[in-house]
Unconditional design. Structure first.
Length: 182
């Protein structure tokens, strides 16, 4: 009888440990899956400065404050998606055409993947925005997260998320919205 009791206790312990292990594995899978919870959690991440390496290998530094003239600059940062790359590039090139030609605002795109990067490299003469191949991890994740809800980051004297992936918004609307922040 003692052997059966000890066996049941050992079996209960093994099942408890196995259950605890499986629970932790499932939690880890949930945390690592790119589901809606991950996107919602990452929406708390805030875009920083838009620094990195562009698609031709040049370092892109922050332009938020120029030490010589103390003028605050703005960075509009957004994601270029492969499935809508031509439309995305046309949209942001049009936004750029409506903005002042000063260096106060920089439009910074982040490529979604290698295919996007290669396409941009082949068409550099028609692209009038900064396109990063590599950027900060938190910046990149924050860009992906806000793009999932159709927005981009505008960073300057304050940080804002602005809707742009909406059929009712035109490049002029976005340029006007960016310009109001100056």
């Amino acid at each position: 009888m003692k052997k059966i009791l000890i066996g049941e206790i050992v079996l209960t312990c093994i099942l408890g440990i196995t259950g605890w292990y499986l629970f932790n594995v499932m939690k880890q899978v949930e945390l690592n899956s790119p589901g809606q919870k991950t996107i919602e959690g990452n929406n708390a991440l805030v875009f920083s400065e838009g620094v990195g390496i562009d698609v031709v290998g040049n370092r892109v530094d922050s332009i938020l404050v120029n030490k010589t003239d103390k003028i605050e600059r703005f960075v509009a940062a957004f994601l270029l998606r492969c499935d809508s790359l031509d439309a995305d590039l046309k949209f942001w090139n049009d936004v750029n055409s409506y903005l002042s030609k000063s260096d106060i605002i920089r439009l910074t795109a982040y490529c979604e993947n290698e295919q996007c990067i290669e396409t941009v490299r082949k068409n550099l003469d028609t692209i009038h925005i900064t396109v990063l191949e590599y950027g900060g991890v938190i910046d990149m994740q924050s860009i992906i997260s806000v793009d999932a809800v159709g927005e981009f980051w505008l960073r300057g004297n304050k940080i804002r998320r602005i809707k742009w992936r909406d059929n009712n918004l035109t490049p002029f609307d976005i340029a006007k919205n960016i310009g109001l922040e100056q």
